[in-house]
Ligand binder design. Structure first.
Ligand SMILES: Cc1ncc(COP(=O)(O)O)c(C=O)c1O
Length: 445
């Protein structure tokens, strides 16, 4: 047998991510030495009902006993049950069409295809331009990387991207008018309208944004006037809104969708990490009827992915949503928010390297800076985020690294919705210690 120096896993090694996990239960992962690690990031902000719940496993197994695979356009009981539940209990009124893929990147790509095909089929072929925002991540296909603004993940690929326009993020901490400028929402919305007018409204297909920015920015919540203003602008100019709620949907921020905080009804919502809570790969593209009807009338499919709407994934998602409903976990997330905020503030509000503690529901982040007066960041080479995550993992708490490279030193938290108050306190405490270790205020490990 050939001897290879290549690692068995992962494809390209990631510094600090070297534990071997062999099982999980509830809010904990267990490594091969039996050590329990508190899953404070819910993996990549995915786990919501907790790990390895019998009801989800049983529903998934049962679906697999019934049916191995059938191409996505065919009805199966798992597919129709899931879509009924989504329409009855989860999706905003007016959003009725459900397309299912197996990952967020694929789903965002499908949403962009849908927006473009909808305009073309409706007789608006000139609407071909998309507008994304700075500090955004929408996935790793070439089109979704182009729509986002994640410097680290775009490296070496720039020549391959389609042209996508970009407006500033709505980022209160670093608002152009100064820290927490109350006009920053209105200004960011005005920048969007100015770009639409400059380009010609009749050429714009869609505006793509996360209603609350996930890990690329670190739980950036816009002021309350931002999304209503954006909805108004997009309505006036016939521009679809594609809300990327891959990370924020299904209760993560204390509402079904982050858009619900502002009664925003997008034209297309993409959401999925929480849809099956990590049990199976499934992400939804949810659209208003008016967006889909032109394709239907033209006889165009929205081409499926082979593994989209897999019956076992639909069954897992249905079981996860049932747990969220029966255990009222979205309300629990909203209820835990003030307590977790207070815990984080108690530990970190006056910390010399913390610029902001921010979040909503159970999606939280801290932004670490070298100088909290000027908001100057540490050098990229200092690798602060990686050091914080490593120091916390030493203490058996798994955080989720955020940032984009240029936007950096963001550490995210997204624990399962079943997390206890004692566990939240442990997360806040460990985060504080890990930041002290990473910034040299305390000796490591
Ligand atoms: C907001 C957002 N959009 C898209 C994606 C891409 O999803 P996936 O990794 O499932 O392709 C992610 C993944 O983290 C995300 O957070």
């Amino acid at each position: 047998m050939a001897i290879s120096n290549a690692p068995l896993w992962p494809f390209v090694p990631v510094a600090g991510w070297s534990r071997r996990f062999v099982r999980a239960k509830g809010s904990y992962l267990y490594d091969d030495t039996g050590r329990a690690v508190l899953d404070a990031g819910g993996g990549a902000i995915v786990i919501n009902v907790g790990h390895c719940r019998d009801a989800v496993i049983a529903a998934t197994a049962q679906a697999m006993q019934q049916l191995t695979y059938v191409t996505p356009p065919f009805e199966t009981p798992e597919r129709t049950m899931l879509v009924s539940k989504l329409r009855d209990n989860w999706l905003p009124r007016g959003i009725e069409r459900v397309h299912l893929s197996s990952g967020g990147s694929e789903a965002m790509d499908a949403a962009m295809r849908l927006a473009r095909q909808s305009h073309v089929a409706a007789g608006r072929p000139e609407r071909r331009k998309f507008i994304g925002r700075e500090i955004a991540y929408h996935g790793t296909t070439l089109t979704t990387l182009a729509a986002g603004d994640h410097a680290a993940r775009r490296q070496g690929l720039e020549t391959l991207f389609p042209d996508i326009l970009r407006v500033p993020a709505c980022y209160p901490l670093r608002a152009p008018g100064g820290r927490f400028d109350p006009d920053c929402g209105a200004q960011a919305a005005a920048a969007l309208e100015a770009l639409i007018l400059k380009q010609g409204p009749e050429t714009i297909a869609a505006f793509i944004a996360e209603p609350i920015v996930g890990s690329s920015g670190g739980a950036i919540v816009p002021p309350d006037d931002y999304w209503p203003a954006v909805r108004d602008i997009c309505d006036r100019h016939g521009v679809y809104i594609i809300a990327d709620e891959v990370m924020t949907g299904f209760g993560r921020t204390g509402r079904n969708f982050a858009a619900d905080h502002w009664q925003l009804v997008p034209d297309i919502i993409v959401s999925g990490k929480g849809l099956a809570g990590g049990y199976m790969p499934i992400v939804g593209v949810f659209a208003r009827d008016e967006v889909v009807l032109p394709l239907e009338d033209a006889g165009w499919p929205l081409m499926f992915y082979t593994y989209g709407a897999h019956p076992a994934a639909c069954a897992a998602a249905h079981a996860v949503l049932t747990i969220l409903e029966e255990e009222k976990l979205v309300a629990r997330v909203a209820g835990l928010e003030p307590e977790f905020r207070a815990m984080l503030e108690d530990k970190l509000k006056d910390h010399p390297h913390i610029a902001e503690i921010r979040g909503q529901g159970l999606l939280w982040a801290v932004e670490i800076v070298r100088d909290r007066e000027t908001l100057a960041r540490f050098d990229e080479a200092a690798q602060i985020t990686a050091k914080v995550v490593a120091a916390a993992l030493e203490r058996d708490v798994l955080l989720y690294p955020g940032g984009t490279g240029s936007q950096r030193d963001i550490v995210c938290m997204g624990p399962p919705f079943i997390v206890t108050e004692a566990e939240l306190a442990r997360i806040a405490d460990t985060l504080c210690t890990a930041i002290d270790v990473a910034t040299g205020r305390k000796p490591g490990p």
